[in-house]
Design a protein around this ligand. Structure first.
Ligand SMILES: Cc1ncc(COP(=O)(O)OP(=O)(O)O)c(N)n1
Ligand SMILES: Cc1nc(C(=O)O)sc1CCOP(=O)(O)O
Ligand SMILES: [Mg+2]
Length: 568
């Protein structure tokens, strides 16, 4: 039986189970796939899945095994690296990369650097015993899957790390043998090379040197071609790491970025178009952290490296125009968020329920019938006084829908009018619309919220108080309630009437917009139910199945103003 020191118990359905974490499983010498054939009384339920689940659950007395789904473990990377005050590289890059890749990241800081986009102005090592203390704090308590190393500035710190990892083994070790910063400043001197070679590299699952680092580890070997990189990878592999990724970013005369991955059996040439950008500071740290993140999720090394490379390349490409700092090497944006915030036309205000006052919902068939483009229709509605626009283009091809949405968005932003997309969360994300409107059989609002983030506007169609309550729980911003009157615009739509609208409004914690068969003739009656959270009317045919959209919108606007709503 496996040693009880690694096991804790879990009671499930009145039976006791023994829990073994992946870390412990590795410590006991079980294979990466957690095969435990040497333990006949224990059966692991499913190979592979246990690693991402995080727990191997074992029945005490043989028989089948249960995994306790309520205790799924978050993939966890511990980075052991230096702090970069400019936050482009080091610990800060590692945290951002792991966050972007969806794994938890804890940190052991080995050095503080005073650093910016110009270079490294100062560095101060953390005392070895305090590095040891940080390592022990994290490793003795948290279930770390993968340790990733960056700046290890002294022989003592490298030795401390190796000693601690022998005491607290983890599933994998990713070593980025940081020696020189992107600005050319030395972060770990030559005295450290022999300790790297003799102690750290043999423990590593992968090392990720750039050309300069590979050359330093190989006593100054010249690395100028892809063939040189292959030779270097083979020689470095002889030092003990399971995999070697030699990064060829600095390779002269190459229009592609070429990296060589070698696992002792096969070479993989990973090639991608070179991204021309000044914002490359922290690329190495981020790549190694992303590899660590994918390995922590349970991916095999080749897939982990491919996914990590693609992630970093996407972030570099996205960040080409970002301006941070005055130096030659700027940081990039791991979360792909900074650029859109810097755009002049980004919607500034949070959702304001009074935006629901005159809600214009487009219809591709009606616009076609009247020979106008969606963009012209939206322009006219805004000119007539629409306070929010929803693109409801049921027949449009995705590509056309996206193009129209982008064009409409430019107009809406110019006028400070929010633009929502009906049904298509993908289109909303792709064009950075202000939000979506979803119905009861569309993507659930809670899922849309996860995809769109906290700032976007989400509306949900509701016909009952229960649906209104769920919309609130799911994180919606408003609900659309209807059909207030019969409509030809939406097939087989159930009419709830003014009474149904009132019932839903009274139950709803969210602002409400009424929809269905509403126009100039009855908008006043709708608003006169006078519940404080009824903020406006949403209209399709009364605006868009007409010759002049602007005139009809203006008429409805005046009726609504006359009914004096929105003031409650
Ligand atoms: C403001 C507003 N309210 C309700 C709806 C209807 O949405 P849904 O039920 O998803 O039906 P479709 O519009 O997708 O046919 C809406 N679009 N807008
Ligand atoms: C899109 C839609 N949703 C409804 C609902 O009841 O949820 S009624 C409807 C159609 C509204 O079009 P018109 O203004 O032309 O009646
Ligand atoms: Mg819908």
């Amino acid at each position: 039986m496996a040693s009880a020191t690694f096991l804790s118990t879990l009671s499930l359905a009145n039976k006791n189970y023994l829990l073994l974490t992946p870390t412990h499983a590795c410590a006991k010498g079980y294979t990466n796939n957690f095969r435990v054939s040497n333990l006949p009384s224990i059966v692991v339920r499913k190979e592979g899945s246990v690693r991402s689940q995080g727990f191997v659950a074992m029945q005490e007395k043989g028989g089948s095994t249960l995994s306790d789904d309520s205790r799924t473990k978050t993939p966890h990377v511990l980075t052991v690296a230096g702090s970069d005050s400019g936050a482009g590289a080091g610990i800060q890059a590692d945290l951002k990369a792991c966050a972007a890749r969806g794994v938890y990241c804890s940190t052991v800081i080995t050095a503080l650097t005073a650093q910016n986009t110009v270079g490294v102005q100062g560095a101060s090592n953390v005392p070895e015993d305090f590095v040891a203390q940080q390592l022990k704090s994290v490793l003795s308590d948290m279930q770390v899957d993968v340790v990733k190393t960056g700046m290890l500035p002294s022989v003592g710190i490298v030795k401390t790390l190796c000693r601690t990892l022998r005491e607290y083994p983890v599933h994998a070790l990713v070593v980025d043998p940081v020696m020189v910063s992107t600005s050319g400043d030395v972060l770990a001197g030559p005295s450290i090379l022999s300790t790297f070679r003799e102690e750290l590299l043999p423990m590593a699952d992968i090392i990720t040197p750039n050309l300069k680092e590979a050359s330093a580890l190989l006593n100054g070997m010249q690395l100028e071609t892809v063939d040189d990189m292959r030779s270097a990878a083979r020689l470095l592999h002889n030092m003990g790491p399971k995999n070697v990724l030699v990064k060829g970013g600095d390779l002269p005369d190459s229009s592609d970025a070429v990296d060589i991955l070698y696992n002792g059996h096969n070479f993989y040439e990973l090639r991608s178009p070179r991204i021309r950008t000044r914002n490359t500071h922290g690329t190495g740290c981020s790549l190694a952290s992303s590899i660590a993140a994918e390995v922590a999720k349970g991916y095999p090394m080749l897939s982990a490296v491919k996914v990590a490379k693609r992630f970093v390349e996407t972030a570099l490409d996205y960040s080409k125009e970002i301006v941070i700092g005055n130096g030659p090497q700027g940081p990039f944006d791991h979360l792909l968020r900074l650029k859109s915030h810097s755009q002049d036309c980004h919607r500034q205000q949070p959702f304001d329920p009074s935006d629901l006052f005159l809600y214009a919902v487009t219809d591709s068939r009606m616009n076609k019938r009247w020979g106008r483009s969606i963009v012209d229709a939206v322009k006219a509605a805004i000119d007539g006084g629409a306070t929010i626009i929803q693109l409801r283009e049921k027949d449009a091809e995705t590509k056309d829908f996206l193009e129209s949405a982008k064009a409409c968005l430019r107009i809406c932003r110019l006028h400070g009018v929010p633009l929502l997309i009906n049904d298509r969360v993908d289109v909303a994300i792709a064009c950075d619309a202000d939000g979506v409107h979803v119905g009861q059989s569309d993507m659930p609002a809670c899922v849309a919220r996860t995809l769109l983030g906290p700032e976007k506007i989400i509306g949900v169609s509701c016909k009952t108080p229960e649906q209104a309550e769920q919309a609130w729980v799911d994180g919606a911003d408003y609900i659309g309630c209807g059909g207030v009157y019969p409509t030809n615009t939406k097939e087989n739509n159930i009419t709830v009437g003014l009474n149904g609208l009132k019932t839903v409004c009274m139950a709803s914690k969210l602002p409400v917009v009424a929809i269905g068969g509403i126009g100039v003739s009855n908008a006043r009656a709708v608003m006169e139910i006078r519940t404080p959270n009824l903020k406006g009317v949403a209209v399709v045919s009364a605006l868009f199945d007409r010759e002049c959209v602007q005139t009809e919108t203006r008429k409805l606007h005046d009726v609504l103003l006359g009914s004096n709503i929105g003031s409650t």
